[in-house]
Design a protein around this ligand. Structure first.
Ligand SMILES: Cc1ncc(COP(=O)(O)O)c(C=O)c1O
Length: 387
C-alpha cells in the first residue's frame, strides 16, 4: 500500500463548472465568485462573504479592516501556521504569543483571561480553530472565548483555515467572531486550489475588505463591466491589494461546497476508525475532541507520541515513510521559528503545553478517499512501530 498524507477529493461538478467559466470567456472574478460568496455565506449563516486568493489574504484584509495598526498588540497562539501571525507584521502590529491546551491544541478561556490580565492593552485575538474544532465560544456563565472578548472589548478574528464546515453547539464557525477567515488551499477540507474567504456580519468591515481586496478601487471589476456607468471610470480610495478570487478557482469551490458535508462525514469516519483502533495504545495520546464528533471538520488527526515511547517522533515519521505512509507535523510552534523567537525574545519555557505537543506530535492521513483497509494498514503499522 502507498498512502499519501493528503489527497484532494474531486469527481463532483468541478469539470462542469470550470468548463462553464472557460466557455464564458471571462476568467477572472465574476459570476462564479459572486455565487460562491453567496452560497458560502448562506451555508455558514453570516451576512457577508468576500472571496479572495488565500486565507493569508483574508487574514490580512481582516486585520486591516479591523483597524489594527503599527504598534498594536494582538494575541495569537504559538501552535499555528506562520500566516496567522505574519499578517500582523504586514501592519507593523505585534503578535503576543499564547500557549495552547494539551489535548485540543486550542486557546482556552483561562489562558485568554490570564493573557488579558497581563496585557490589558491588547486590541484583538486571532483565534485558530486548530485541526478543525472550536474551543468554548459562549456559555451561560459568560466564560467562553467570545464572551471574554466582548466583555473586554477585544476584536475577535477567527483563523478558521481548518474549520469548514465546523460548528460550536448548533452554529457554524464563521457566525461568531467579528471576522472569520477560511482557507481553500489544496490540502484543506474544501479547496479551490488556492483561495480563501473572509466572512463577517459587519457591513463596514465587509465594505473595507472588498475595496482593499482590489487595489483600493471603489468599484469591483464585475460591477465596472456590467453597470451602465462607463467601465474606465473609477477612483482609488486607499493603497489596496490584489487579492480577488478568479472564477476558475471559484468554479472548483462551488463544486466542492456541494460536497462539503459529505467530505466532512467521511473524514469523521477516518477519525472514528483511529479512535477505535488506537485507544488502547499507551505510548500515544489521541487528540481530544471538545464537542460532538459531528461538530468537528476533521482537517487534522494529530496524535502525540509520549516521551517514554521506544521511538521518537522524528524516527516514527521516518519509519512510517519507510512503510509508504505519509504523515506531517502541525506545527513547529512559532516561538521556535527564528524570526519570531529573535524578534520577540521568546523562550520555550513560556509555552509548556505547546512544547509537550510539539515534542511528540504527528498528523495522520485523514481524507474522504481513505478506505477502511488503508486505515487498518496505517493503524497496524503504527502499532508495529511503537509497541
Ligand atoms: C492555521 C492556518 N492559518 C492560515 C493558513 C493560510 O492559508 P492559505 O494557504 O490559504 O493562505 C493556513 C494554511 O495552511 C493555516 O494552517
Amino acid at each position: 500500500m502507498n498512502i499519501p498524507f493528503s489527497k484532494v477529493p474531486l469527481g463532483g461538478n468541478e469539470y462542469k463548472y470550470i468548463d462553464e467559466v472557460l466557455k464564458s470567456g471571462w476568467l477572472t472574478t465574476s459570476s462564479k465568485a459572486l455565487r460562491f460568496e453567496k452560497l458560502f455565506s448562506e451555508y455558514v449563516g453570516v451576512r457577508y462573504a468576500c472571496a479572495v486568493n488565500s486565507c493569508t489574504s483574508a487574514l490580512h484584509l481582516a486585520v486591516e479592516a479591523a483597524g489594527i495598526r503599527k504598534g498594536d498588540k494582538v494575541l495569537v497562539p504559538s501552535l499555528t501556521f506562520t500566516a496567522s501571525a505574519e499578517i500582523l507584521r504586514y501592519m507593523e502590529a505585534d503578535p503576543v504569543f499564547l500557549d495552547v491546551e494539551y489535548g485540543t491544541g486550542l486557546i482556552s478561556p483561562s489562558v485568554l483571561k490570564k493573557a488579558l490580565d497581563k496585557h490589558p492593552d491588547v486590541k484583538a485575538l486571532i483565534l485558530v480553530h486548530y485541526g478543525g474544532q472550536a474551543p468554548l465560544m459562549t456559555s451561560h456563565e459568560g466564560d467562553g472565548i467570545l464572551d471574554i472578548c466582548r466583555q473586554k472589548k477585544i476584536i475577535l478574528i477567527e483563523d478558521a483555515a481548518h474549520a469548514f464546515p465546523a460548528k460550536f453547539n448548533d452554529r457554524f464557525i464563521g457566525s461568531f467572531g467579528d471576522i472569520t477567515c477560511f482557507s481553500f488551499y489544496a490540502n484543506k477540507t474544501i479547496t479551490t486550489g488556492e483561495g480563501g474567504m473572509l466572512v463577517t456580519d459587519n457591513e463596514e468591515i465587509y465594505k473595507r475588505a472588498k475595496i482593499m481586496r482590489l487595489h483600493g478601487i471603489n468599484r469591483d471589476i464585475w460591477e465596472r463591466f456590467t453597470s451602465n456607468k462607463s467601465s474606465w471610470e473609477y477612483d482609488v480610495v486607499a493603497p489596496g491589494y490584489k487579492y480577488n478570487m478568479p472564477d476558475v478557482n471559484a468554479a472548483i469551490g462551488l463544486a466542492q461546497l456541494e460536497k462539503a458535508e459529505y467530505f466532512r462525514s467521511q473524514r469523521q469516519r477516518c477519525a472514528s476508525f483511529y479512535y477505535n483502533e488506537l485507544k488502547n495504545v499507551p505510548e500515544i495520546d489521541l487528540p481530544v475532541c471538545a464537542g460532538p464528533l459531528e461538530n468537528h471538520s476533521w482537517h487534522l488527526f494529530p496524535i502525540i507520541i509520549k516521551p517514554g515511547a521506544k521511538v521518537t517522533r522524528n524516527d516514527f515519521i521516518q519509519m512510517m515513510a519507510g512503510e509508504s505512509i505519509g504523515t506531517s507535523v502541525h506545527y513547529k510552534p512559532l516561538h521556535r521559528m527564528t524570526y519570531y523567537r529573535d524578534t520577540y525574545n521568546l523562550v520555550p519555557d513560556d509555552f509548556p503545553d505547546t512544547e509537550r505537543i510539539w515534542n511528540g506530535t504527528v498528523s495522520l492521513p485523514i481524507y474522504p478517499g481513505l478506505k477502511d483497509d488503508e486505515l487498518n494498514y496505517v493503524c497496524g503499522t503504527i502499532k508495529k512501530i511503537i509497541q
